[in-house]
Design a protein around this ligand. Structure first.
Ligand code: GLN
Length: 445
């Protein structure tokens, strides 16, 4: 009740939630109380969690912040939601986001504006801006988001909370509305590293409904989290500290790295030479996959259907024209273009080759280092409307997209303030080595 009351009080100003499920949450809370009275326990018994609105919740609208899915009520729970419920968590509601997770500021939501709780003139980041803001404003202790190119880590960084993108395959994507299937991954937002580890422990694991999910080799990500970082080998990829990274962000991160050195870590500069091609490769691969994934919204099977049309083709065209926002259309056009015959080899196939080179860069670095550390975002949270040019908005993702391209785990942890706004430090790990990034993150906070 106090959580709901608090959301009622705060969310008018913050705008983190698209939907608050008061009735469902109170019913789940009563059940949790009953279980507790009976002496039962579960990992998240009675813990309120918010869910990004591209993750399916049975019987509760899942809109992807798009007019296309304005009235879509999924008939099933995503695997992560099912797991949260089984662990006793209370699903409080659905959070705002950039439409279909395309964006870096949550300004692309078709429905509402979410502000940064630190400064209402600034964006919360995106695309999981609602989840980040809900945790930062203490509306809920934890939330789930999705990260295709930074959408958990960047808003976590802008809002001063912890955000974790697990290794590709660590968490089931069943019930996550697909944006770019080879990059998408669900992960937690929390106020501290232990809470994030606890949430990951609950949602991780192989799922027969997602053939890309892998068997969990460990599932308690809290184990060893406090063991310290003596002897840990940290690489600082120099490309992640260069041009475009604001000097106060760089200084905050490097000051924290110094502290880690003081705690016994070994720190050295390194290089990921293909980094400069990551952003271009990302926007080609992700848009190509998006154009294919979003072909299902044809006005027939799902979502919005135009009320007036001449024939079938006209029905498709009008439904999609009316249902999708500007950025989503831009990605679909870009994606169909790079996949079209004549351009496929020049763009899409080339981008896949670059993807391999980027992956090789990381493999080489991880022969020598346990983790890599960089800023999460080149700047602190920017102002609304500041990045009205889409290319400028894309540049905000330059430090997060390479990690998705390589399928690696990475976490953003708060590391101080610059101009009164939170700075995020990104720790990148070897595939399926979430434990080491969590242990390092624990030392940072
Ligand atoms: N900002 C990036 C994009 O717009 C990343 C989005 C995401 O991770 N979902 O594609």
């Amino acid at each position: 009740e106090s959580i709901i009351e608090n959301i009622d009080k705060k969310d008018g100003a913050i705008g983190a939630f698209l939907y608050v499920d008061k009735e469902g949450a109170l019913k789940a809370a009563e059940k949790a109380d009953r279980l507790r009275r009976d002496g039962k326990s579960a990992a998240l018994l009675g813990i309120p969690v918010a869910i990004k609105d591209n993750i399916c919740t049975e019987g509760t609208k899942t809109t992807c912040a798009s007019k296309m899915l304005e009235n879509f009520v999924p008939p099933y729970d995503a695997t992560v939601v099912k797991k949260l419920k089984e662990a006793g968590a209370i699903i409080v509601g659905k959070t705002n986001m950039d439409e279909f997770a395309m964006g870096s500021s949550t300004e692309n939501s078709a429905f509402k504006k979410t502000v940064n709780p630190w400064n209402f003139d600034r964006v919360p980041g995106g695309s999981s801006g609602g989840s980040a803001a809900a945790v930062a404003a203490s509306e809920v202790p934890a939330a789930l988001g999705s990260d295709t190119g930074g959408s958990i880590r960047q808003p976590a960084s802008f809002c001063g909370v912890v955000g974790l993108k697990p290794t590709y395959g660590r968490v089931s994507r069943y019930g996550l509305v697909a944006f770019a299937s080879s990059l998408d991954q669900i992960g937690p937002f929390a106020r501290d590293v232990e809470d994030a580890a606890m949430l990951l422990s609950v949602i991780a694991g192989q799922d027969e409904m997602d053939s890309t999910s892998v068997p969990g080799r460990e599932n308690c990500f809290l184990d060893g989290i406090r063991d310290g970082i003596k002897g840990l080998k940290i690489g600082l990829p120099k490309e992640y500290y260069g041009e475009g990274v604001s000097s106060d962000v760089r200084e905050s991160v490097l000051a924290m790295v110094k502290r880690l050195e003081g705690l016994g870590a070994f720190v050295e500069e390194t290089s990921l030479p293909y980094s400069e091609y990551a952003l271009a490769a990302y926007y080609i691969i992700s848009s190509a996959e998006a154009s294919s994934n979003l072909a299902r919204y044809d006005g027939i099977r799902y979502g919005h259907r135009a009320s007036e049309y001449d024939d079938l083709i006209d029905l498709y065209a009008r439904s999609r024209s009316e249902g999708f926002g500007k950025e989503v259309k831009r990605r679909i056009m870009l994606g169909t273009y790079v996949l079209s015959s004549g351009y496929y080899d020049a763009y899409y196939k080339k981008a896949l080759k670059v993807r391999t080179l980027i992956k090789n860069d990381f493999d080489r670095a991880f022969e020598k280092y346990d983790v890599l550390i960089s800023p999460t975002s080149p700047t602190v949270a920017f102002r609304f409307g500041e990045k009205s040019n889409p290319l400028e908005m894309y540049l905000a993702d330059i430090l997060t997209v390479p990690i998705n391209i390589a399928g690696l785990p990475a976490i953003s942890v708060p590391c101080g303030l610059a101009s009164g706004l939170p700075v995020g430090l990104q720790i990148i790990g070897k595939p399926f080595d979430e434990k080491t990034i969590l242990r390092t993150a624990y030392a940072v906070q």
